[in-house]
Design a protein around this ligand. Structure first.
Ligand SMILES: [Zn+2]
Length: 226
């Protein structure tokens, strides 16, 4: 009976892929096969290549779920429409990938890229912090969201170009307590890596902590690795 009702319902309201909006086949869940085949980044990213090269001197490793051009719709729905379902789905997929990283068990704190308090007030929540908390809960790792702070209100990175992006975030971050991250391994979490400039600025500040090991995690990146 339930099956028949479901079939009638989905005839009128077919389930659509969260990424491309195409109607899903009965065996597809949330994402169509085509998007599913195209979204993932490799488990091991060769970050010495040009795009991630600015981060190489600071970080121990990087883990990114997938391509922004495929995951754009769910990422934006989560960020600007507070669509928790999309956030949860992306984070669950991301946790599956993080669990395969051999360093994940060494992480002492998950640290979200902070938003400036003015932007936080405007948007209502920091998407990176929500992602960090979901990861922390799922992988049982403490989240430290108060130590790394945004002291400069920058405009969105996608609105600036090239070297402007570095100027935009320069000096934007500060640490409240340098001793807290001394000799700790941290996973710095962002939603999207558009350029590496935000992560680089965070790393520069975090590197003030003696013996710190920085790992970087993001849901999506503009960098196309096909
Ligand atoms: Zn699709």
């Amino acid at each position: 009976m339930l099956y028949i009702l479901k079939s009638i319902f989905y005839t009128f309201f077919p389930k659509k892929c969260i990424c491309c909006g195409n109607i899903l086949q009965t065996d597809e869940k949330f994402m169509c096969q085509k998007c599913n085949d195209l979204y993932p980044y490799p488990d091991k990213i060769e970050y010495k290549e040009e795009f991630f090269a600015p981060l190489a001197p600071y970080m121990a490793d990087i883990c990114i779920l997938g391509h922004y051009h495929i995951l754009k719709q769910p990422v934006l729905k989560f960020k600007f429409n507070s669509n928790v379902f999309c956030g949860r789905l992306l984070t669950d997929m991301f946790c599956g990938k993080l669990k395969r990283q051999q360093w994940i068990n060494d992480i002492d704190y998950i640290v979200p890229v902070p938003l400036h308090k003015k932007k936080l007030r405007k948007r209502g929540f920091n998407q990176s912090q929500v992602i960090a908390r979901m990861i922390g809960k799922s992988l049982n790792i403490p989240v430290q969201a108060d130590n790394l702070r945004r002291i400069k209100n920058t405009y969105d990175q996608h609105l600036s170009r090239g070297s402007q992006r570095y100027d935009n975030v320069k000096g934007a971050f500060a640490l409240k307590d340098i001793a807290l991250f001394k000799n700790k391994s941290i996973l710095l979490v962002d939603d999207v890596i558009t350029t590496c400039s935000t992560s680089v600025e965070c790393c520069k500040v975090l590197k003030q902590c003696e013996g710190i090991k920085i790992y970087i995690g993001a849901i999506a990146s503009d960098r196309k690795i096909l």
